[in-house]
Design a protein around this ligand. Structure first.
Ligand SMILES: NC(=O)c1ccc[n+]([C@@H]2O[C@H](COP(=O)([O-])OP(=O)(O)OC[C@H]3O[C@@H](n4cnc5c(N)ncnc54)[C@H](O)[C@@H]3O)[C@@H](O)[C@H]2O)c1
Length: 445
């Protein structure tokens, strides 16, 4: 099928490249000329395992990239919208969605055949039917459901393993305003025949995405609340508590051969310095805002957000216990990305943690295996020194704060083993064995 994808961020580029990999002809569109130029030269503007080789394999054969949305739409049968949907502090910001819908509509005014517009961005329930479809209809002068269709196909990829997630999906949700829209989407996804597929209406598809993210955020904040109590009561290690919770048979099953397997969901039932990224914070906020304006306040989700907002302060408070003052204290912050295996620093708890440390007058040296460049732009200029390696970051440090659970940080105990005056290690992710370094403290202890 001939497909156009609007937006070449994490979702759009992965979608475009992977749909080319399964045999479709794909044109990716972005308003950002630098991104378009980078992709055209065979490079990916983001770090995503396995994406660049696939891009290079299909570029110029089944995959193209352009800044001209109109041509891409006119030369395709289906258009995915994969632009950003930020939270503006009060509610979801649909500016980019509206803009994309307007431009698609204008192009469709000159197209004779049926076209399907699929929203892949995360949007609050009602957006596809009540915002996108009317805009496309108005701009094109065409009738929704007859001349063009609208569908909603949420994306569940995890940054860092996005290609793998897309190529081997745990589920495919096909929302559509009518059967024709759903059948067209089903044809696009026909190569993924083993994936469980949910066919539904657009509004349900939209809420499936939010409910999925809200589940994960709730589990994280719940674990953090347990950790807060453990710390307050003293003499309890919240990590031990949660590990034992994981052993319940509904989290850890015994297979027929006797092997015990813990479900991956258990990894969200761990306390830490907070959830971040481009999705969980903004999506939970957007859903809570929609609930409030619909007259159904989301009481659990409001608490989930409140607990998460406190995480950076709680993390720095642990460090403060070890020094009379942080003024002039050399602190190494390990991890800038919001999670390991990505260079995405959006809403990363490391950033407010660094801000708090700077406010306290600490001398901060930061290290991340791949997210230094984006962090350099996000942090106040000249206030933080960036280390080239883990060794350089911790050399001479009086304190180390782990903010991202990069596997590489597992080398820390060995690195500190023969240091005469070892730094205190504040494990914001509880990734190290608490006996592995001489001076250890962390979330939930
Ligand atoms: N990042 C994730 O892990 C993830 C996972 C699932 C769903 N989502 C959702 O997918 C959507 C996109 O997320 P992302 O992380 O890929 O965003 P992103 O900000 O990385 O990328 C969006 C891209 O769209 C481009 N764009 C904006 N308006 C445009 C227009 N009119 N025409 C062409 N290009 C335009 C921007 O230049 C940008 O490159 C969001 O709704 C997000 O919530 C993201």
């Amino acid at each position: 099928m001939r497909i156009s994808v609007i937006g070449t961020g994490y979702v759009g580029l992965v979608t475009g490249v992977c749909l080319a990999e399964v045999g479709h002809d794909v044109t990716c569109v972005d308003v950002d000329p630098v991104k378009v130029q980078t992709i055209r030269s065979g490079k990916t503007p983001i770090f995503e395992e396995g994406l660049e080789p696939l891009l290079q394999r299909h570029l110029g054969k089944r995959l193209w990239v352009t800044e001209t949305l109109r041509d891409a739409v006119l030369e395709s049968d289906v258009t995915f919208i994969a632009v950003g949907t930020p939270f503006d502090g009060k509610e979801i910001d649909l500016t980019y969605i509206r803009q994309a819908a307007r431009e698609i509509g204008r192009a469709l005014a000159d197209k004779a055949s049926y076209h399907l517009v699929i929203v892949k961005s995360t949007v609050i329930p009602g957006t596809t039917d009540n915002v996108v479809a009317p805009i496309v209809a108005e701009e094109s002068g065409k009738v929704s459901g007859r001349d063009f269709g609208v569908g909603m196909n949420p994306e569940f990829l995890t940054e860092g393993v996005a290609v793998q997630d897309f190529m081997d999906p745990d589920r495919i949700v096909l929302g559509g305003a009518d059967e024709k829209a759903i059948e067209t989407m089903a044809a696009i996804y026909a190569p993924f025949k083993d994936a469980p597929t949910v066919r539904t209406n657009n509004k349900t598809a939209e809420l499936i995405k939010y409910a999925s993210n809200a589940t994960l955020a709730t589990m994280i904040s719940f674990s953090n609340e347990i950790a807060n109590l453990a710390t307050r009561l003293g003499g309890i290690d919240a990590a031990e508590v949660m590990k034992a919770v994981h052993l319940a048979r509904y989290f850890t099953t015994t297979l027929k051969d006797g092997q015990r397997v813990t479900a991956p969901i258990a990894s969200f039932l761990y306390a830490g310095c907070g959830f971040g990224g481009s999705c969980l914070p903004k999506d939970v906020s957007a859903l809570a805002a929609q609930g409030a304006s619909a007259g159904e306040p989301m009481r659990i989700l409001n608490s989930v957000l409140e607990i998460n907002r406190e995480r950076p302060e709680r993390t720095v408070a642990i460090l403060r216990k070890h020094f009379p003052s942080l003024r002039g204290v050399r602190v190494a912050v390990l991890g800038l990305a919001f999670k390991s295996d990505t260079d995405d620093i959006r809403q990363s708890p490391a950033l407010p943690i660094i801000d708090l440390l700077l406010q306290d007058g600490a001398a901060v040296s930061a290290f991340d295996p791949i997210a230094i460049e984006p962090a350099r732009k996000a942090l106040p200029e000249g206030k933080v020194s960036f280390a080239e390696s883990l060794e350089e970051a911790v050399r001479g440090a009086e304190a180390v704060v782990i903010t991202t659970s990069w596997k590489e940080f597992g080398r820390l105990p060995a690195l500190l083993s023969d240091v005469a005056n070892p730094p205190v290690v504040i494990d914001g992710r509880r990734m190290l064995d608490k006996r592995s370094v001489r001076r250890y403290d962390g979330i939930g202890l």
